[in-house]
Design a protein around this ligand. Structure first.
Ligand SMILES: Cc1cc2nc3c(=O)[nH]c(=O)nc-3n(C[C@H](O)[C@H](O)[C@H](O)COP(=O)(O)OP(=O)(O)OC[C@H]3O[C@@H](n4cnc5c(N)ncnc54)[C@H](O)[C@@H]3O)c2cc1C
Length: 315
């Protein structure tokens, strides 16, 4: 490791809606934040074209354009946005202690406060046709994209609580929801399973897997396979919702920060405080429930305010 060391007041790791909102607030509070963007500058929203539910855009907006706007707004107040990946961390246990974060395996940042906004990554099945039609009818977020399939037929893949929730959410909007469940039982809680079973326009196909998403530029249907009999058949649908879970981007924080059993960072009460003083977490990295740009932005704001108050309490 090279011995490039830089001392700063506030480091923001990640450049999604949580990171940029934290940056806007932190820079306006004179914390002179430095942000490292990670490999996906702008975060998850740069993988979608239409964002219809972020307040302030009456006609909707393009995900990448929206994140560019947030970046410019953060830079206007002095945030230094740098391309780079946090590769290791050494957080202090002391109140007022200095936190060390390694960037790209070589540069070392020493920060009085750290705001973690590294997000989460939706899991997909890994089919070529699924990859090709992402944004053309294949989605991992019913709350985000369900509206585009109003009164249409869709498929939900998954058997856990998230899949059951996505299916019941979509059932309110769509004509028919077909759930593909790999095993012959649900993994979801009994309560969620009951909700699915009670919903008239949800059909559950057990022992059934997605074999192929059909369509050239947009989804026109799916081919499914019964994993017991090997029988295949096609279902005409316009939307395919993959609901097999998310993976929080928290690998580098293992052993340093408290996490739940699935790797989401744990924050204290209503705050963004982690178990290390001066280290805060915002956005999807600490939220497996809401996972929306606006909720990520809201907690990004909270993290900057928490960081400012923490520094103020040291004076
Ligand atoms: C296809 C799709 C469509 C969506 N549509 C909508 C929608 O219409 N409306 C809506 O409200 N929500 C939507 N969402 C959800 C929304 O994108 C997320 O809730 C939101 O982006 C979470 O923001 P975040 O800031 O917590 O993290 P993310 O957006 O996930 O950003 C994480 C950031 O952390 C960075 N990072 C990760 N690891 C490191 C590291 N080690 N070092 C440095 N940086 C790192 C990444 O590069 C990235 O910049 C959609 C999601 C997807 C996938």
């Amino acid at each position: 490791m090279s011995n490039t060391i830089e001392r700063i007041k506030c480091l923001i790791i990640g450049s999604g809606p949580a990171g940029y909102t934290a940056a806007i607030y932190a820079s306006r509070a004179d914390l002179n934040p430095v942000m490292y963007t990670g490999m996906q500058m702008g975060g998850q929203l740069t993988t979608t074209t239409e964002v219809d539910n972020f307040p302030g855009y009456p006609n909707g907006t393009d995900g990448t354009a929206m994140m560019e706007d947030l970046k410019k707004q953060a830079e206007r107040f002095g945030t230094e946005v740098r391309f780079g990946l946090a590769t290791a961390v050494d957080f202090s246990n002391e109140v007022g202690g200095i936190h060390k974060v390694t960037i790209d395996g070589s540069k070392q940042i020493e920060a009085e406060t750290v705001i973690i906004t590294t997000g989460a990554t939706a899991k997909y099945l890994g089919l070529e046709s699924e990859e090709k039609l992402k944004g053309g009818g294949v989605s991992a977020c019913a709350t985000c994209d369900g509206f585009f399939y109003r009164k249409q037929d869709v498929v939900v893949v998954g058997a856990g609580d998230t899949a059951a929730e996505e299916a019941t959410y979509l059932a309110n909007i769509c004509n028919k929801v077909t759930m593909l469940v790999r095993k012959d039982y649900f993994r979801a809680s009994k309560a969620m399973e009951h909700r699915v079973n009670k919903t008239e326009n949800i059909e559950v196909l057990f022992n059934t897997e997605l074999d192929e998403v059909l369509g050239d530029n947009v989804v026109e249907g799916v081919r499914v396979v019964n994993n017991k009999t090997g029988d295949k058949h096609e279902i005409p649908v316009t939307g395919v919702f993959i609901a097999i879970g998310h993976k929080p981007n928290t690998e580098i924080f293992k052993g340093q920060l408290d996490m739940d059993e699935t790797g989401y960072l744990i924050t204290k009460g209503k705050s963004t405080k982690t178990n290390k003083p001066g280290v805060f977490a915002a956005g999807d990295v600490q939220d497996h429930e809401y996972r929306q740009a606006v909720t990520a932005a809201g907690t990004g704001c909270m993290a900057a305010l928490d960081a400012e108050r923490y520094l103020g309490s040291l004076d």
